[in-house]
Ligand binder design. Sequence first.
Ligand code: NAD
Ligand code: TYD
Length: 363
Amino acid sequence: MYKRILVTGGAGFIGSNFVRHVLGKFEDVYIVNLDLLTYAGSLENLRDLPNKENYHFIEGDILDQDLVQRTLREFEIDSLVHFAAESHVDRSILGPSAFVQTNILGTFSLLEAARKVWIEEKKLGDGDVRFHHISTDEVYGTLAPDDPAFEETTSYAPNSPYAASKASSDHLVRSYAHTYGMPTTLTNCTNNYGPYQFPEKLIPLMILNALNGKDLPIYGDGEQIRDWLYVEDHCEAIWQVLQKGCSGESYCVGGNNQPANLEIVDTLCEILDELKPSASGKNYASQKTFVTDRPGHDRRYAMKINKINQELGWEPKHNLKDGLLKTINWYLKQEEWIEAISKKKEYQSWMDENYTERTEEEK
Ligand code: NAD
Ligand code: TYD
C-alpha cells in the first residue's frame, strides 16, 4: 500500500475532501499537502482533519521544481496525487494564461521532479512509487443527444482552454509512463459536488445565491447536461485506483446521474424550500434568471464507468437526491466558512467580472 503521499492542491475542493477521507480511513498513511493557496484554496477547508499528526502542509507552487524535489526526498514520498490546477471553465475563457501555466507547465514540473528523484536518483519503478493524475471528462469534448457516453478509449477533443490544458497535462503524464517508465495512473472524472466547493461552480453558487435572495443565473437555455459525482465517491475511486489500478492505465469515474442544469437548479430550489423557506415567502425557483450563454458551451457529458467497476469494484454510492441533500445540509451549517470565502476579494471581483456583463435573456 502507498503510505507516504504528496497531495498537490489539497487545500482546494476535491483535494481537501481527499485528504480528510484518507486520514480518516487509515492511521498509518502520512500526507504532505503542497498548495499555493490561490483564490480557490483555503486552510478553512482543512480545519477539521482527523489524525493531524500524520499531516504536513507546505504553502508552495508546483512550478517550483526544486521545492517538489526536496519534498519528495525529505518526506520519502512513495506516491503523488496531483489535484492542483486552475479548474473553472468560465475563468479559462476570460483568462487562459494561468491555465497553461498551472495545468500544463505545473504538471510538467511535477513529472520532471518525480523523474529526477524517483527514477534517476533512487531507481524506483513500478510497485515502489506511483504518480496519480486527476483529470476531467471535459478532455473528451461534447456529446450530441444520441452519442454513446465517454469511455477510456474515446478520442480527446477538448473545447475550452481549461479542457485543452487538462488534455495537454494528460498527454504529458502518458508520455512519461511510455518513455521513462514512470509508474502512473490517471482518472478522468465528471462534475464533482459536495462540501467545501468554492461558490463559483454551479451547485454552491446556486445555493448561496438562493439563500442571499440573488438571481440564479442559468446560462443559455439551461438544457446542458453534466454527469454529477458526489465528491466522497470520487475520493474513494481515487484511493482504489491509487492502490489497485494498473500502472499506465486511465480510468473513467462518473456519478451515473445526468440531469440537465435546469433540473439541478429546480431540485436545489425544492430542497431549500423545504429546509429553509425564503423570507420573501416565494419559492426559490422564482429567482431563476436566464442569462447570456458561455461561449463554446459543451452541451452534454456522460461517462461509462464499466472499467473501474469491473476491474476495481468501485461504483458511486450516492444518487443525486441524497448527494444534493447532504450538500445543502452542509452549506446550511457553514456560516463561518461561507463568510470567510465570500469575503475574499477575488470572489467579489469574479462575481462582478463574470456576471455583470451577462444580459438577461428571454427563454
Ligand atoms: P479547486 O479549484 O477547488 O482547487 C485547486 C487547488 O489547487 C487550490 O487549492 C489551489 O490553491 C491549488 N493550486 C492552484 N495552482 C497551484 C499551484 N501552482 N501550485 C500549488 N497549488 C496550486 O479544484 P478542484 O475542483 O478541487 O479540482 C481538483 C482537480 O480535479 C483539478 O485538477 C481539476 O481539473 C480536476 N477536476 C475537477 C472537477 C470538479 O468538478 N471540480 C471535475 C473533474 C476534474
Ligand atoms: P460549472 O459548475 O462551472 O462546471 P463545468 O463548466 O466544469 O461543467 O458549470 C456546470 C454547468 O452549469 C455548465 O453547463 C455551466 C452551467 N452554469 C450556469 O448555467 N450558470 C452558472 O452561473 C454557472 C457557474 C454554471
